[in-house]
Design a protein around this ligand. Structure first.
Ligand SMILES: Nc1nc2c(ncn2[C@@H]2O[C@H](COP(=O)(O)OP(=O)(O)OP(=O)(O)O)[C@@H](O)[C@H]2O)c(=O)[nH]1
Ligand SMILES: [Mg+2]
Length: 238
């Protein structure tokens, strides 16, 4: 499986933007086989902490990686399915260990592509510490997501890796006339109702983080949840 590296930096660079990742600066990562990646230079390898962004096309996976990293590393599109290959931004923790934020192609474009992408998801899930499964606040059809969940997260060891990111909260009704990072009181009430609905639909997924890649709202909570799960991952010690 190939992941196209769009940016390589140091963990300090990410921490300046998302302080929650500071707890990983002193992490020691066991060189377990499932963590092994051959670097794209072909000569070196690493054992990485892997965060993967999955979900339906157009729900904002690439936008979330860009917003967390503060880089325009991933192409996004207003109108058409956009990401076609696994791609990442990578931050060196120490020699031989990276934290990788990997952005994957989205589901729901066609049955043929879904079969291809689900196979890719399964491969990368075996190497993932955390899965940010992206949902959209201004949408109410979760049938594709329910099917994907049944196929991908069918055991407790996979389910405990998953965070549901409820993206696009700036678009939840009632829309604000004035641009604002903070949702209005009425929007916050609807976001809470939406989260309750998702808890009912996905009872085995307790971690739901509402956020907006467009405004940056609550991305610090998303980083905290990702960093917390990474710190509990097997083979990670301090
Ligand atoms: N208003 C709003 N728009 C968003 C948000 N996140 C993403 N978008 C927009 O949604 C569209 C799709 O975003 P992408 O990041 O390309 O979505 P994706 O999930 O990577 O899509 P694929 O690569 O096709 O799987 C773009 O026009 C983004 O600008 C958000 O939080 N709020
Ligand atoms: Mg994308």
């Amino acid at each position: 499986m190939q992941v196209h590296v769009r940016h390589e930096g140091t963990l300090g660079e990410l921490v300046r933007r998302q302080p929650a990742f500071a707890r990983l600066q002193h992490a020691r990562i066991a060189a377990q086989d499932w963590r092994y990646w051959r670097r794209n230079d072909g000569a070196s390898h690493s054992h990485d902490l892997q965060v993967v962004f999955l979900g339906k096309s157009g729900y904002g996976k690439s936008s979330l990686v860009n917003a967390l990293s503060g880089l325009p590393a991933m192409a996004t599109s207003d109108v058409e399915a956009c990401t076609r290959v696994a791609q990442s931004v990578e931050y060196a923790i120490r020699p031989g260990n990276f934290l990788s934020l990997a952005d994957l192609p989205g589901l729901g474009e066609s049955q043929q592509r879904d079969a291809e992408y689900l196979a890719l998801y399964r491969q990368i899930l075996a190497k993932a510490d955390v899965v940010v499964y992206t949902l959209r606040a201004d949408c109410r059809d979760y049938s594709i997501d329910q099917q994907a969940f049944a196929r991908l997260f069918d055991c407790a060891s996979q389910q405990r890796k998953v965070i549901l990111a409820l993206n696009g909260c700036d678009k939840i009704e009632p829309l604000q006339r004035r641009a604002s990072v903070m949702p209005s009181h009425e929007q916050l009430q609807n976001i809470e109702r939406k989260a309750a609905d998702l808890r009912r639909l996905f009872p085995e997924m307790p971690r739901i983080v509402p956020c907006s890649a467009a405004t940056g709202w609550n991305l610090d909570a998303l980083s905290q949840e990702i960093a917390r799960l990474l710190a509990c991952s097997p083979g990670v010690a301090f």
